[in-house]
Design a protein around this ligand. Structure first.
Ligand SMILES: C[S@@+](CC[C@H](N)C(=O)[O-])C[C@H]1O[C@@H](n2cnc3c(N)ncnc32)[C@H](O)[C@@H]1O
Length: 273
């Protein structure tokens, strides 16, 4: 395990955030009618690429957090007990959301597994449409990740990292160990961008699923121009065809993600896409 420091505050991002924090949609009277209050030319006169990125990030993180609030409420209300698995952990943003909501729901038995290369993406063989998705992109070291977990201060002693590229790290032996020693999955966050990254993840989690497990598929519409025939959406479609579980569509997360709930119904028709 490396021991890098977690990245500190970035003044440029802070300045952009102060100009861009998303506000709820407001209505103003225009031409005698209630119209949506929009930023106009004057308000956007000095709008930069940095502002655009900060606003997108703010919107995306807000939507993701909204999902975690609802997902943990679903788990508690339905008494689905088990662990949290995250495949694609990078800056610890969604992982921290899971820790916070787990604490709010007094999930005192839950363990939190962070699966990542901690060295960024592998080579992409599946031709994603996002230029940034190159080998080594989106890298956060294991030390930096754990530093962020510790600074967050929730259930840090129950966070376990599993380091390595999935094609190597998600071995049958590790799967057996999880099957024998750990809880089933309550919530799994699959946030690893690439088709070839998601394929071994789905196979790994299959025996750890239970009725009521929530699957958050972050990249349902990202990275491959939204095509369901490519990317993580394709990996999930292929997995559904071979899984002993069925999956009912549950929540939409922004324009990019979707969650499903695993269930067993050997005779019934498959749930809608
Ligand atoms: C979009 S980032 C995850 C963002 C993270 N959930 C957050 O909220 O900060 C994608 C992550 O997936 C990891 N990843 C992608 N493919 C992988 C693979 N085949 N094996 C291991 N890690 C992988 C990358 O290292 C990266 O940390």
């Amino acid at each position: 395990m490396t021991t890098g420091r977690a990245p500190r505050k970035n003044p440029k991002v802070e300045a952009a955030m102060s100009r861009t924090s998303p506000s709820p949609i407001a209505i103003e009277p225009v031409a005698g009618e209630p119209w949506v209050k929009l930023a106009d030319g004057a308000a956007l006169a000095h709008w930069t690429r940095e502002d655009e990125i900060a606003l997108n990030q703010a919107n995306r993180q807000t939507e993701k957090y909204g999902f975690f609030v609802k997902a943990f409420d679903f788990l508690t209300e339905n008494r689905v007990r088990g662990d949290y698995h995250e495949f694609g952990c990078h800056r610890c943003r969604t992982f921290r959301m899971a820790l916070t909501e787990a604490r709010r729901h007094n999930q005192d038995q839950m363990k939190f597994f962070a699966f990542d290369s901690f060295a960024g993406l592998p080579d992409a063989a599946s031709d994603p449409s996002v230029e940034l998705w190159k080998r080594g992109a989106l890298a956060t070291s294991e030390g930096e990740f754990m530093q962020m977990v510790r600074e967050h201060g929730i259930y840090a002693d129950r966070v376990v990292t599993i380091k390595g590229f999935y094609a190597d790290s998600l071995t049958p032996a590790l799967q057996r160990r999880f099957r024998d020693n750990e809880n089933k999955i309550a919530l799994v966050n699959i946030d690893c961008d690439l088709y070839e990254s998601a394929v071994p993840v789905f196979d790994f989690i299959e025996p750890l699923l239970q009725e009521g497990s929530v699957l958050y598929i972050d990249d349902m519409f990202s990275g491959y121009k939204g095509s369901p025939a490519k990317g993580v959406a394709r990996a999930f479609r292929e997995f559904r065809a071979r899984s002993r579980f069925k999956f009912v569509r549950h929540l939409d997360i922004g324009w990019w993600g979707r969650s499903y709930i695993a269930y067993i119904d050997p005779d019934g028709p498959a749930a809608e896409e």
